[in-house]
Design a protein around this ligand. Sequence first.
Ligand code: FBP
Length: 247
Amino acid sequence: MLLAYDQGLEHGPSKDFNQKSVDPNYIIDIAEKGKFTGIIFQKGVAEKFYHSKVPLIIKVNGKTSLPKGEPIATQICSVKQAKALGAKAVGYTIYLGSAHENIMLQEFGRIQEEAHGLGLAAIAWIYPRGEAVPNDAAPEVVAYAARAGLEAGADAVKIKYTGDSETFRWAVKSAGAAKVFMSGGPKAPTDDAFLTQVKGVIDAGATGLAVGRNVWQHDKPLEMAAALREIIFRDQSVEAALKKFPR
Ligand code: FBP
């Protein structure tokens, strides 16, 4: 149950943050009180704010949303620096299908070897994207993403939900020994809708999720965290998880 907070770089503060969530301390507080098992930062936020027992994952590549065209994100933090900051794992986004995927696959390959050499896990955010990818949530595309992560050496892959448990099960199977995390996505219209996705992912055999906006954009982030714990760690139903929200 990982709390993602690299959207300041990826999307910009005006798109995703409000007066509270713009402050990394607010997110660290949610991670601690919400019993998250990991928190994901870029190195700048980690250097200046991380002071926590929640295990740290450093995204070692990233990009802004300003450039147009085929997506590419290259390395902006060394694996050595991630380790020095206390990271237990590094994260790297590969835009599979982009005209630049070769650069990212090559860079991830090197980073994965360095990470393993230093005793860190390597997590690949695998987001099929670009002109060659008309539908990034199509089951065969998501399964391809999962498999590409395994083949590239990822210990875990972070992929988009296909929309149903049956097709996601194939993606999980395709990932083999790589653990599968669902990527949260923009805030869902209702708690029920989001928790139903999470339940579908867990039922399909995935390990968990790496979520940002659906937690820290929520007006009750700790209740959402409690609901997620019900499904991820206690295998409870969506109905049971929804009881974590006071009426
Ligand atoms: P969310 O749960 O907020 O979607 O966060 C997951 C994440 O992978 C972040 O780590 C990353 O910043 C963001 O989504 C990227 O979103 P996208 O590339 O889809 O705009």
